[in-house]
Design a protein around this ligand. Structure first.
Ligand SMILES: [Zn+2]
Length: 234
């Protein structure tokens, strides 16, 4: 392959490069995600596009093992929160976020319980997965997935900009970011409306006899809009 071709290939298929965040951001966030690539690429996209305007910075772990289980994400977040509490108030994080998925994980409830009640810790939980949040950029989809991700994956892989998205191609490239960014406000509306359906008892999934849907019942759903709201984006 010629050097030129190699360069083009690299540009087409590589994750976004983080641009320098604003020097004096009003609020500094920390986020730990379950996946090693897609979520962090997405956060980099948000930072590149909105950090100046909304005055935030998102710190992320340097070491990003693939396929962290929810309890590993929770552990990481709690360790960061503990360290953060020892710093002087002016140097502390505004919020510390855990991003994880329902998928077929068994320890989600445990992870949610462990994170509950910490004042700065917040959770963006997606059911069945973060890819559902990505798919909401293209359509409001309210069909229960029972913890499986393959249908959402298929739908996403047919969406503009995400052709070929899958196990070996989980990056958010410049082209994908350009496709996602103009849709962000609508995506938050989609995710909020699913939440609202649950609160008003009009959700599509089984409700059983419980009066309210807990986060594990909400299928499909994603709490990513809460993070974007907190960042001041939408
Ligand atoms: Zn519901």
């Amino acid at each position: 392959m010629s050097p030129d071709k190699r360069k083009t290939k690299r540009q087409r298929g590589s994750s976004l490069t983080a641009q320098p965040p604003p020097r004096a951001a009003n609020r500094i966030f920390y986020a730990v995600a379950e996946g090693a690539v897609t979520e962090y690429d997405y956060l980099t996209m948000l930072q590149n596009a909105f950090s100046e305007q909304c005055s935030f910075r998102i710190d992320m772990p340097r070491s990003r093992p693939d396929d962290m289980k929810p309890w590993r994400v929770a552990e990481r977040v709690l360790a960061v929160a503990e360290e953060d509490a020892r710093r002087p108030e002016g140097e502390q994080y505004a919020e510390i976020w855990a991003l994880f998925d329902r998928d077929r994980h068994r320890d989600v409830a445990e992870a949610l319980d462990a994170l509950d009640g910490h004042s700065k810790v917040r959770v963006a939980f997606s059911n069945p997965s973060f890819d559902f949040w990505l798919y909401l950029h293209y359509a409001l989809h309210d069909v229960p997935q029972d913890g499986w991700n393959h249908q959402i994956h298929q739908l996403l892989a047919q969406s503009p900009g995400f052709l070929g998205f899958g196990a070996k191609d989980k990056r958010i490239t410049k082209a994908r970011a350009d496709n996602l960014l103009p849709r962000i406000k609508m995506t938050c509306d989609h995710a909020r409306s699913l939440d609202k359906r649950c609160r008003s008892g009009k959700c599509a999934h089984r409700r059983g006899t419980k009066p309210d849907c807990g986060p594990l019942d909400q299928d499909p759903s994603t709490g990513m809009w809460r993070l974007l709201e907190s960042l001041g984006i939408a």
